[in-house]
Ligand binder design. Structure first.
Ligand code: AMP
Ligand code: AMP
Length: 224
């Protein structure tokens, strides 16, 4: 076999391009319950456009590997450019709301998600299609509706983790991973829902691997 030293520069360049184009195996599509971001010790700030709807918001679409590792901040040359997503801004405000403090219009959150995660999937997405794809997945999912159909409401009550997983699987066709966090009193609560998307960003798939972390067997679904 030839040693790397004897490969010509154009071939090394080609290898670099090919390997960067396949630097992940699938995406996590992560949705967040705003009530669980806001009722923590840290609290939250509503965006300048006002209090978001009582619905799941998008956190991000994250390239991931089957071994659990993931690439991040892959291309500093394509930093976030708001002008490229002008046509999506009102939908982003409604469906991908920032809750960080101090109160802001969401640009920081979207820029962070594009630069940390989106730039690692530039073989399938440009900035516009990255955000558009996430918005389209969210509207096709109707996560809150799936839960409510199973009698699971954001009413501050406690529900079994299994009933929540089953309701989402029933509604979407795919088994979710549920991430919990703790409210101000330390109760385990429904914070984020992870579903998986194939590496071309076109359809939901069963997750090849779930993140680590644990919820209580009964978790709170706080109001927002
Ligand atoms: P990531 O870096 O994409 O894994 O996301 C984690 C970061 O996103 C942390 O800095 C969080 O504080 C931040 N974050 C999570 N949810 C929100 C939100 N709704 N608005 C603003 N920042 C958020
Ligand atoms: P465990 O209680 O960790 O042994 O998990 C029992 C089953 O529930 C396994 O199939 C896990 O993959 C699944 N499971 C545990 N925690 C979660 C979670 N937060 N979200 C989705 N599935 C989970």
């Amino acid at each position: 076999m030839k040693s790397t030293a004897s490969l010509s520069l154009p071939i090394l360049f080609l290898l670099a391009v090919v390997s960067s184009a396949q630097a992940y195996d699938f995406f996590y599509f992560v949705l967040q319950w705003p009530g669980s971001y806001c009722d923590t010790k840290q609290s939250c700030c509503y965006p300048t456009s006002g209090k978001p709807a009582a619905d799941f918001g998008i956190h991000g679409l994250w390239p991931n590997n089957n071994d659990g590792s993931y690439p991040s901040n892959c291309d500093p040359r394509t930093s976030f450019d708001k002008s490229k997503i002008q046509g999506l801004l009102s939908s982003l405000q409604s469906n991908w709301p920032t809750l960080a403090c101090p109160s802001n219009d969401g640009t920081n959150f979207w820029a962070h998600e594009w630069e940390k995660h989106g730039t690692c999937a530039e073989s399938v997405f440009n900035e516009y299609s990255y955000f558009k794809t996430a918005l389209d997945f969210k509207s096709s999912l109707n996560l809150l509706q799936s839960l409510q159909s199973a009698g699971i409401q954001p009413d501050g009550g406690h529900y079994s983790l299994k009933s929540i997983k089953d309701a989402i699987e029933q509604g979407t066709g795919y088994a979710p991973y549920i991430e919990c966090n703790a409210d101000e009193s330390g109760n385990s609560q429904l914070y984020q829902v992870y579903l998986c998307v194939d590496s071309s960003g076109s359809q939901l798939i069963e997750c090849p691997i779930f993140p680590r972390g644990k919820c209580n067997s009964q978790i709170e679904f706080p109001m927002f």
